[in-house]
Write a protein that binds this ligand. Structure first.
Ligand code: GLU
Length: 546
């Protein structure tokens, strides 16, 4: 058979690049020894999940700890699954978590190894498919969906492996006449690999994450170009990872079963096989059993969940680091102030099977991370959340940066020995500040003292309050007002004769605290009143009377 003629008939494009041109256009990268080139290769389906971030972080750390390159490639060969805005959403989501690409993320721009959208690389795939046909390593298949279904049915019935191989590969040995007759009659066709593999042959393969594994040779004549001339994932990824000079492919373990196909494709294409690392799935414990995180059942699988819920991005990343490399936690404990980027990340230390993702643990990391922020950093984080997910009032409050930073310094315990360690998410932080604003101050005046005592205490303290008093002067006046309202000014006195008083000083302070903050618990009241200002503080004391 004249294979050159056949190839031209099947792929008639005249302006395809030559294979040498492709090699020249995408030369090996000039990087230092040991530098890894990694990529994230999502399909633009609009759902970016924790597994993507987990892989992306492994990719990004691997590239950037070795002086390599981390790029984004959009695997958009399946038009049906494409969702508008999905690419922007991947880039924005990862950026939020501090995971940035070196190449491929500029929507309009292209870097040296682009285009990074597979649909724009069609001539390259077609050139290589044409070459395989010319070399007798690929052929046209005219089987219809119904015929393939029927084959699958027979194989299932006989309990045989399903697929297009061996005697089931009907179009593999079509004669020249049969092929041209089918083409002349306008039958649609796909291009299949003419597999040279033998399933009785097994090889040992070194997976960068899973270690030594056994792979069986491929014997499936997989589709490489679909009937619309667009490549399948198998074919496109092989060509792209070669020409984008990927050194390490990190991808989900669901691709492990396709590895034999990929090994054969690289072989027939005469490309050097990159290293592969297959990541384990993220699991959770549900009712005592471990299961994979599911899109349907677990909102925490979606990356949008963390943004909307107001998780601090660094906390999510640091928690993922603890799952990625089991020695991260120990390192972080030894280097409490170090950036996670200083950690010597290694793919070989990644878990081989089911990584447990536990929201409670994430919350612990989050508390810890947020407690380390300065009031200014906390302000920036909370404002970011409020701008996107907060109420209109929240957004208005955040206009006043100085005021909020003062509040944050107080509620986070900045400068104090013991820092506040209970804020897990942005929303909680924002709500903690509500009482500092009149439009969100929603007090419940539930006093333990009788109304007359409450009023006496509040009036007495309002009359004495001076915003220029320091903490001890403030307290002295509180005692004075307490005595005037029937409380014991000194605890010792109260202890000697509790019956003679309405209560002790802290009972008196509680009345003022409820009046000013709406709650019996608050940070240092003198400072709270200082931040609120005299006018607002006095107004609150007055309106809290019963
Ligand atoms: N487009 C594939 C996916 O989204 C990429 C797999 C890979 O990383 O090679 O699953």
């Amino acid at each position: 058979m004249d294979l050159k003629k056949l190839a031209s008939r099947l792929i008639p494009d005249e302006n395809l690049p030559s294979l040498e041109d492709c090699e020249k256009a995408y030369p090996p990268r000039k990087l230092k020894e040991g530098a890894e080139v990694t990529r994230l290769a999502p399909s633009p389906t609009g759902f970016i999940h924790l597994g993507n971030l987990y892989s992306a972080l492994a990719d990004e750390r691997t590239a950037h700890t070795t002086g390599g390159v981390f790029y984004l490639r959009i695997e958009d060969t399946d038009e049906k699954r494409k969702v508008e805005g999905a690419v922007e959403s991947v880039i924005r989501s990862l950026k939020y978590f501090g995971v940035n690409f070196d190449e491929g993320a500029e929507i309009d721009g292209e870097n040296a190894y682009g285009p990074y959208y597979q649909r724009r690389r069609a001539p390259i795939y077609r050139a290589f498919a044409k070459d395989l046909i010319e070399r007798g390593l690929a052929y046209p298949c005219f089987c219809t969906e119904e015929e393939l279904d029927e084959t699958r049915r027979i194989q299932t019935e006989k309990k045989e492996v399903t697929g297009y191989y061996g005697e089931y590969a009907k179009c593999r040995n079509l004669t020249e006449e049969q092929i041209y007759a089918a083409l002349d009659s306008g039958k649609p066709f796909v291009i299949r690999l003419k597999s040279q593999g033998d399933v009785n042959v097994k090889h040992t393969f070194r997976d960068a994450i899973k270690g030594s594994i056994t792979v069986t040779e491929n014997n499936q004549d997989v589709v490489i170009l679909k009937s619309d001339g667009i490549p399948t994932y198998h074919f496109a990824h092989a060509i792209d990872d070669h020409f984008m000079r990927t050194t390490l492919v990190i991808r989900g373990e669901e691709w492990l079963s396709s590895l034999p196909i990929h090994i054969e494709l690289f072989k027939v294409l005469s490309f050097e096989l990159p290293r592969y690392g297959h990541t384990c799935s993220l699991m959770k414990v549900d009712n005592g059993t471990k299961r994979k995180l599911s899109k349907r059942k677990d909102p925490e699988l979606s990356l949008d969940f963390y943004r909307a819920a107001g998780y601090y991005p660094q906390a999510v990343i640091r928690y993922l680091m603890t799952i990625l490399n089991s020695n991260f936690e120990e390192w972080a404990a030894k280097n409490p102030t170090a950036d996670y980027k200083q950690f010597p990340f290694s793919v070989s230390k990644m878990g081989k099977s089911g990584a447990l993702f536990d929201l409670d643990k994430l919350n612990d990391v989050s508390r810890d991370e947020l407690s380390k922020l300065s009031p200014e950093e906390m302000f920036a984080f909370l404002k970011g959340w409020a701008d996107e997910f907060g109420t209109e009032k929240d957004r208005a409050h955040f206009e006043n940066a100085d005021y909020i930073i003062k509040i944050l310094a107080l509620i986070m315990g900045a400068g104090a020995k013991k820092k506040r360690k209970d804020i897990v998410r942005a929303e909680q932080g924002v709500r903690l500040m509500d009482y500092f604003f009149d439009d969100t101050f929603a007090p419940e005046y539930s006093y333990r003292a009788d109304n007359e005592t409450v009023n006496k205490m509040l009036e007495g303290f309002a009359a004495l309050y001076d915003e220029n008093d320091d903490n001890s002067a403030w307290f002295a006046k509180l005692k004075q007002a307490a005595a005037g309202a029937g409380f014991a000014a000194e605890n010792a006195e109260y202890k000697l004769n509790p019956e003679a008083y309405k209560g002790n000083v802290s009972d008196a302070a509680e009345i003022v605290r409820i009046a000013v903050t709406g709650s019996p618990n608050s940070p240092d009241l003198c400072t709270v009143m200082g931040i609120l200002g005299k006018e607002r503080s006095i107004a609150r004391l007055n309106s809290a009377k019963r």
